[in-house]
Design a protein around this ligand. Structure first.
Ligand code: AP5
Length: 237
C-alpha cells in the first residue's frame, strides 16, 4: 500500500469521470496525440479513440480501394483528399446521415486537419458541439527524434519509442507481448519533413478556428508522458 497505490487510484477515478466527450486532439506529427489517446481510452469506460491515421493504415493493410488511394499520399507525407477522409469519419461518429449508430463518447485523433474538414465536422455534429479541442504544443526540434524512434505493435497498435518508451527486453510489445513491431513507412526523414510542413500550412490555422469557441485548451506536450497525461485528465474534465 502507500503512495503509489493512491496515485493509481486517483488517476483511475479522474478518467472515469470523462463521459459524453466529443473531443478533438490537434497537434503536429509526433506530439503524442496517439500515445495519450490510447491511454485515456483504456482508462475511461466507453470512450472511443478514433484515429484517422489508424483507419487509413488499416485500409492500406487490407488493400481496399480506399487504402490503395490513400497509400501514395501517406508515404509522401501529404494529406489524403478531404472528401475521402470526411466520409470515413462521418461513418464512424454517425453524422451526415442516419444517426442511429452515433457514438456516445469519442476522441478524434488526427481529424480535422484542414478548414473544410473542421467545417464538415461542425455540420455533422449539428447542435451537439465539440466538448473539447486539445492542442498539443511542442517545439518542432523534438518531433523528428520522436518519430524516427517510433515502433508500433503490429497486433494491438500500442505505440513505443526505442528510447522513451521501449519494447520489452526481448523486443516484443509491452502491451500484448506480440513479437512484431512496425516502423511506419512515413516515419522516414523526407516524409517527416513534409508532414511537419503540411501541418504548419494546413492544420495549424485550425487553432484560430477553434480559439473563439471556448472549447480549445492548450497542453504542453514537451514533457514526460505521465506529466502530459495528468494535465490531459484535467483539461478533459
Ligand atoms: P497520423 O497517423 O494521424 O499521423 P500524425 O498526425 O502525423 O501523427 P502521428 O501519429 O505521427 O503522431 P502522434 O501525435 O500521434 O504521436 P505518437 O503518440 O505516435 O496520420 C498519418 C497520415 O495519414 C497523414 O500524414 C495523412 O497522409 C493521413 N491522414 C490522417 N488523418 C488525415 C486527415 N484528417 N486528413 C488527411 N489525411 C490524413 O508519438 C510519437 C512518438 O513519440 C512515439 O514513439 C511515442 O512513444 C513518443 N512519445 C509520445 N509522447 C512522448 C513524450 N511525452 N515524451 C517522449 N516520447 C513520447
Amino acid at each position: 500500500m502507500g503512495e503509489a497505490h493512491h496515485v493509481t487510484q486517483a488517476v483511475h477515478n479522474d478518467a472515469t469521470e470523462i463521459r459524453g466527450a466529443r473531443a478533438v486532439f490537434l497537434g503536429p506529427p509526433g506530439a503524442g496525440k496517439g500515445t495519450q489517446a490510447q491511454r485515456l481510452a483504456a482508462d475511461a469506460a466507453g470512450l472511443a479513440h478514433l484515429s484517422t491515421g489508424d483507419m487509413l493504415r488499416a485500409a492500406v493493410k487490407a488493400g481496399t480501394p480506399l487504402g490503395q488511394e490513400a497509400k501514395g499520399y501517406m508515404d509522401a507525407g501529404k494529406l489524403v483528399p478531404d472528401e475521402v477522409i470526411i466520409g470515413l469519419v462521418q461513418e464512424r461518429i454517425g453524422g451526415g446521415g442516419e444517426r442511429t449508430t452515433r457514438l456516445e463518447s469519442w476522441i478524434l485523433d488526427g481529424f480535422p486537419r484542414t478548414l473544410p474538414q473542421a467545417e464538415a465536422l461542425d455540420k455533422s455534429l449539428g447542435d451537439e458541439c465539440l466538448t473539447r479541442v486539445v492542442a498539443f504544443t511542442i517545439q518542432p526540434e523534438v518531433l523528428v527524434k520522436r518519430l524516427s524512434g517510433r515502433r508500433t505493435c503490429a497486433n494491438c497498435g500500442h505505440i513505443h519509442h526505442i528510447e522513451f518508451h521501449p519494447p520489452k527486453a526481448d523486443g516484443s510489445c509491452r502491451s500484448c507481448g506480440h513479437a512484431e513491431l512496425l516502423h511506419r513507412s512515413d516515419d522516414q526523414p523526407e516524409a517527416i519533413r513534409k508532414r511537419l510542413q503540411v501541418y504548419e500550412e494546413q492544420t495549424a490555422p485550425l487553432l484560430d478556428y477553434y480559439r473563439g469557441t471556448g472549447v480549445l485548451k492548450e497542453l504542453d506536450a514537451d514533457r514526460a508522458p505521465e506529466a502530459v497525461y495528468q494535465e490531459l485528465l484535467q483539461v478533459m474534465k
